[in-house]
Structures are given as structure tokens and as C-alpha cells.
Ligand binder design. Sequence first.
Ligand code: FES
Length: 672
Amino acid sequence: MSTVDAVDTAPASERHPLPDPGEPVPKLALPTLAVFLGAVMAFAAATTGFIAGLVPFWVPTVVNAVVTFVMFTVVHDAVHYSISSTRWVNGLVGRLAWVFVVPVLALPAFGFIHIEHHRYANDDANDPDTFASHGKTWQLPFRWSLAEIFYGDYYLRRLRSRPNAEVAETAMLLSASIAGLIVAILTGNLWTLAVVFLIPQRIGIVFLAWWFDWLPHHGLEATQRTDRYRATRTRVGMEWLFTPLMLSQNYHLVHHLHPSVPFYRYVKTWKRNEEAYLERDAAIATVFGQQLNPEEFREWKELNNRLGRIVPVRMPGRSSATHSQLHRIPVAAVDPITADSTMVTFAVPEELRGEFRFAPGQHVTVRTDLGGENVRRNYSICAPATRAQLRIAVKHIAGGAFSGFVANELKAGDVLELMTPTGNFGTPLDPLNQKHYVGVVAGSGITPVLSILETVLEIETESRFTLVYGNHTKESTMFRIDLDRLESRYADRLQVLHVLSSEPMHTPELRGRIDAQRLGTLLTTALKPTEVDEWFLCGPIGMSTTAREMLIEHDVAPERIHLELFTGFAGDTERPRGDYIASTVTFRLSGSEATVDLQPGDSILEAALQVRSDAPYACMGGACGTCKAKLLTGEVVMDQNFALGRTELDAGYVLTCQSHPTTDEVSVDYDA
Ligand code: FES
């Protein structure tokens, strides 16, 4: 379900009231005080132990890095006056803790910077913390480790407007820190200072920027001003580990909504207001980084409550794009799989992750210009849908423009245009299922089934999978090593039957092709249809359609057979050209509408492409489903359809590349 679908549309009067933090600031926050005292003692023990030669250097390095991290939580609560309802207590405890964190700015100066972050969170121009949450991935650790430089720069540019006392305190603290450093150098104690403070403090700062800034804010487009519920996120799952480890910053959204709530009450506050947050479309991600809209969160929560696992389930989602759209995506890696096939892995930018989420078995269209020609090819995604990794496998075809380009020229760093994932090959997964799935595939037909198979084995821990996989030889078998690895990992739940046509020494029962005779034998021995819940067929058209017919002959219900064709084919559906009529076609795409005159014989897609070059398509053969749209008015006939199932047809969807109007006026909606 898309985010837009899930946003609450109930009238304000029917909503839960505004979230309420509930409890006032305590007289004295004992947990915060305990964290402070514990950190002081840990610092003293590790530091004196090292100076006295009782512990090796890594002990104070690790312990004092943790001290820097936890002391920041004390400081953080102090600047929000949530340690005590007595104001000066916050100032005192905060200043003492601050010495362990960044002793080059006064506490009030940091307080000013931090409140600006709250006011402008995610706003590039004014938020002092975007240095940590925005930027190229490879730069982030460096940026995180230089937090003081970014904060110092922000503060200096606003120095004139700051109170004199705050500036004077900053100058004194900075001078004292520089003096301490000089003394350490002159007295030969620089190494000791580095081990007990400089190195651990740097490590602590990196974790602070990562966990307080990047995790809660990166990839969110809203700012605090535009949508305070979506400028920061909550990260759900494994609270038993992450809440104590991150000192509750996994629920950072609660802090941005109610800054005066002490850190140890974030989770409690979330629970108290959860429905109110969800009604306001709060930003939520799982510990694995999967973004959830409120409806998905409710399902995820219910599922995990039912399963009661220590580690939450990772559920695959679907693209959040309203219709297939092209984006420029860099290639992360190009790796040979066999002598005649190559795997291409894409580096999907953070901000497009939602659009490029995919269900197992879905495919993407790749577009590029080769020799001045617009080339589009459709490839199944061959990665499990539980990972954020998008990869395709390209089989080399003699004379094939795109496959030749991939084999000989494409390299990491190149950019291709990639359409958001589409397709319906697959089945809804449920961790409580106990099913037996069978895949019958040949050659590159393995690609979508590999994604389904890996996702099933990961999510449905009680289901099993049998794969019948046809190839010429062992060496030409795509993903042979991956399948061997999966078979050893899921020994009791995965069985792969390699059928090889050009391996004279192969097991006699599995030597040859996947044809009617072999399937007939399998259906009466290893794969009795009564013992199989769902079938996935993908490979050459002849093999797939033969397998489907045989399964139906063996009384398998058609809805339990999933068929994926990489290309459509010219059957007996060609209609005499005279049967087609002219029509006026109105279509909606990406929120805007256009009307165009369609010539007899043209498809709706061809008409749409006359005025909108971004109308989505890939195979043009009725096989991929990329050109799907909802028929709003009028009637059409489709030449062929290998992509839409009964449910979608009943809901009014058509393949526009195959649709010809039979009424004078037709309107379709690609966004529906
Ligand atoms: S473009 Fe593939 S089904 Fe229409």
C-alpha cells in the first residue's frame, strides 16, 4: 500500500487528540543522574587503570568512547531542561557532563545550536545537523567525526547575535582545552591524552552523529516546519536491545515531538500516543531500515506480536511509485555469473528506496541509448525482497544490443535509467505459512524464481521449496553456486533438481530437457500435485505452457499456477486491421491529464506516447505489465495478456500496449 493510501483521512474531530507526553519534567531525573555518575566512575576507573599500567590501551579507548556517548544523553536532556524542574540543576549537571563530550563550545552555545536543529530539522539552509544526515554515503563517517567543525562554523556565522556571557564562556572553554593539549604535548603526555580522551571522544562523536542524527533524519523529505511527524523517524523492532544500547534514540521522533520528555520515557510516551502518531502519518522504519507507512506498521506489529520472535520479521513491500517511472540509477557492480551471463547490481539512492522496493518475482525495465537508439529491456530482479539490494542478471544473446553492451562495456559507476519495479509473478507470503512451493524453470527463468525462493525460505520458516532447474551444462547454470549454498543452509527445506541436457555423466533421471515426458514422471513421483501448494513456471514459452497444461490436466487449480513470460508472442489474436476503430483517448499520468486522437490499429500506449514520452512501457508484448492502467470510461479489447491476473482485470486494469478502443471515447488512469 502506498503512503498516500495510508494517510488518515478521518475528519479532525474523529481523530485521537494531539499526542500528549503525559508526565511533567521530574523534580530530579534519577535515571539520568545514575547514567551521569556511572559514566564518571567508568571514566575514572578506565583512565587511572591505564595510567597505572593495570589495563591495556584499548580498555580506556572503548570505555571512554562509551562515556562520551552516554554523557551526551545527559547533556541533551540538560539543554531541554528535562533532568530537573529546578533550572540550575540542568545547567550544573549539563556543564559537568559536557566536559566529556565537546569541551570547545560552552554548554549554552551548544544548547542554542541544538534548539536550532529542533526548530529547522532537515532544512538544509538552517538546520545545523544536516552535515550528519545529508551527504554522500562515503563521506558520512568523515563528516560525523568532524562535528565540532560544522557546529563551530554554524556558531561563528551567528556570533554577533549571541549573548556576551555565552561567547565569553565558549572562549574560556576553548582556551582551556587548547592549553590542556599544549601542556600534554610539552610534558610528553600526548599519547596518554590521546588514549584516555582524544581517540575515544572521536569514536563517541561518530556514534552520536550516526545514531542521533543520521538514523532518525536521513532520507526524509519533510522538515520540522512542513511536517513535524515526518522530519524525524522512529525505528521499531528489537527494543530489548536497541532501547538500552541507543539510550532510547531509536524513538527519536518522540524526542522531536516532545523535547522535554526525559530519554528513558520515550518508548512509554510512544506507546501512550501510538494511534495519534499513526493518524498523523508518523515516519517509521524497522531496525532493518524498511520504511513502513502506518498501515504497514500495524500489520508488521500484529505479525510480530503473533510470532513473538526476538528478531522481527522483515516483510517485503512494493514500490511506492503510483505507476512505473524511470530514474537514473548508478551501477554499483558488474560481475560475470557464467561465461554468457552477467549480474548487474544497482546503487539505488537513499531517497528512491521506497520507489524501488519490490516484491519477490517482480521485474524492472532498463533504458539507455545505444548507437543513438532508445533501448529498453525488461529483467527480473534476482535478489531476495528482504534486502535493500537491487540486482538483475543479463543473459548474453548473440547480436543482442543491450546484452552485448553489458558484457563488454558496462562498468561500475555508469548510470542507467531504471524503471520502478512492477509485475505480479509471486504470491503473498506469511511467516505462519507451512507450504510446499515448486519452481519449474530453465535458463534465465531462474532469475525471478531465485528471488521468490530466497524470500520464502527467509520469511516462511516452516515452508519448503523444490526447484526443477533446466540448463545445458553445469557451467552454463546461472547461480549454481548460490543455489548450492542455499541448499546447504536450508538443507531440510530446499531441494534443487538440476536437469542438464548436455552432461553425458549426469544422473540419468535428470539428464535431458524439461519436457512433457520428464514432467509427467515428476508429477507422479517426486512432485505429486496433491503435495504442492503453489507452482512457479518461468523459462522458454514452450516449456512454461507445456508445464501449465500438464498441471491443469493433473487437476491443479489455475490460481495455484504462477506463470512468468519474459516476452509475449504472436498467437492467433491478430485482428484484421479493419476491426479497429479511431477513438479519442484521455489519460492521466503523474497527476496531469491529456487527450489525444487515436488512429485505427494504434494501441492506447502508442497514442499516449505521441504526447507523453514518459508513458510507461517495456516489452510491448503484453508480458511485463509495465504499461498497466485503469480503464475509467469506454471499452477496449486486448490483443494478448500474460501479465494481469483475474483480480486486476476485474478491477478494470488493462495493458495499454495491447488495448484497442471499441468505443469512440476512452479514458484511462496510469496513476490508479
Ligand atoms: S509494455 Fe509490457 S505488457 Fe505492455
